[in-house]
Design a binder for this molecule. Sequence first.
Ligand SMILES: Nc1nc2c(c(=O)[nH]1)N[C@H]1C(S)=C(S)[C@@H](COP(=O)(O)O)O[C@H]1N2
Ligand SMILES: [Mo]
Length: 297
Amino acid sequence: MRGPRLTRDDVTPERLWLNRRQIIAAMGAGTALGTAGLPARAQALEPNTWEEITTYNNYYEFGTGKDEPAENAGAMQTSPWTVTVNGLVDRPGEYALEDLIGDLPTEERIYRFRCVEAWSMVIPWNGFELRTLLEKVGVQDGARYVAFETAAIPEVMPALAYPILDWPYREGLRLDEAMHPLTIMATGIYGKPIPNQNGAPMRLVVPWKYGFKSIKSIVRISLVDEEPHATWKVSGPSEYGFYANVNPNVDHPRWSQASERVIGAGLFGGRQDTLMFNGYADEVAHLYEGMDLSVNY
Ligand SMILES: Nc1nc2c(c(=O)[nH]1)N[C@H]1C(S)=C(S)[C@@H](COP(=O)(O)O)O[C@H]1N2
Ligand SMILES: [Mo]
């Protein structure tokens, strides 16, 4: 197995991951050895703890503080859940979530996750490749992008009352990005149902892009022929582009993107260099051949 994609055979149960993490941490603390000599995967893809992944979140509908989604999102009812699929598709409709995704093959994927705010985690997602959903509903000729929309439920999402972002939260991918096998819809973490603060019942995960592309609690998927509305791009076009590929060479106007704070990695010093395409360049760089990524940021 090469590269950062893992199959079920590569996956270690949460408890073993955590034990190994403690062992690695102890090595780092007790000796000057640090992570030297460990297999590359142990250095690069040591998952964060459940606690870290589910209490340090961005989900602005529930508040802009990192702890607010975990505090507030429990009130959201995620079952039953309806997803509207429309636009240039053979089988549009308002689908009950189980009818839309219940028969799609799921697996665990351990991905690096890099927020535009220059912090990162490693998260073991459970989910399915987005392309399997798109193939099921039938993408028509002429579709060039996929647009996504998050639920907007004012009764449980306190921040919808304020114009922090252009609600409802929306994002989009070019069709080839959406069909790429690394692009998944996540419905779980560590083999458990995905918590509301992480985007229950179904959220996008695009590991080579900044975290804001990975839209949560999706209620609409539209196949369209023009570049879709993207919430962060509309909120700050000079700061957040449509592509949002992780690129250490293009700084955010207000901070550097050359390195990142590793959440939970205190004993290792807690910072690492940011990798082009978040470490997934071998898999995805070809999608952007011929594009100027400092213009198409
Ligand atoms: N609907 C919605 N989706 C969202 C966001 C949000 O505020 N609302 N924040 C984005 C940002 S900026 C990041 S970094 C990730 C965070 O995902 P996590 O909390 O599961 O780590 O979700 C993304 N998806
Ligand atoms: Mo983010």
